[in-house]
Design a protein. Sequence first.
Length: 318
Amino acid sequence: MLSSRAFRILSLGAAIALTLAACGGGSGTPTPPPAPVNPLERDTSFGTAGEARFTRGPLGGYIGATTAQSDGKLLLAGYRTLQTGTDLTKPRNELFVRRLLANGQADAAFGQAGETVFSVLGNDNVQGILVQPDGKLLMLRTTSDHLLHFDSWKLHRYLPNGSADPAFSGGQAVSSRCTADGQAIGLQPDGRIIVAGAGYGQGQARFCIERLMPDGQADTSFPVTWSNISMQAMALRVLTNGDIQLAGPSADAAGWRLIATRYDAAGAQRKDYGTDGVAYLPAVGSTGAYDIHHVSIDTAGGVLAASALKLSTDPSTY
């Protein structure tokens, strides 16, 4: 996730150029080395001097999800805070999806001046975006009220031009049957949509996965049950063999750990994965917090997590 502040990519090192000299008899002439290339050098052709900025809102905002299209265009989704009070007659947040051209400029062909927005009364936030092969865009949001009581997820679908897709639930958002906070979304080859939600049951964080038909209707052939695994399903991926893999953090008495689990395409847990269907990374405890901020899964099922590990008892040190 990216905050609304501008971040800069710093140069971490220079490429090493090797000079190749001619070998054998006679006087060989060395081949000139290639010009040094730094793969992390700022791309000044992007946006303005390598940065793309836009208004975050009068009271701040947050970018909750990003992705790239196959044509190089970039999508960013999040919210802007409009008010922090409890006046239920006024919108609290404005949700947005913004599309940038590959050069960092706003894509005028998307929404209004490159952005589609709508206001909500609650403190809703965006959890994920996904581009379908046909160019349509799925946007997952978690709903809440002014008191930060999170309720459920809602899923929207937009046409490539940024307008609501009338073929998806009549252009309206679809709600969770689990009444779970939205966490992650995936797409099966036949166009069916998998959504993972999070909540609490029996005093532990748990998740629920649901499947929708391509038109947004509930797929009643797919089981909708809360998992007995204590995990926040922060990542979801439909693998090349059709399996559905989820991964995310979990906490117990030993500390925080990363957990992954796998289901087949019909929604049955794969008990041959990991240990009885669950793969565990060792718990990290003792010194305190182990915050997992981002989790991703590749097409083969490999899991990558980014975290902040507290190394001392000093509250200011990580």
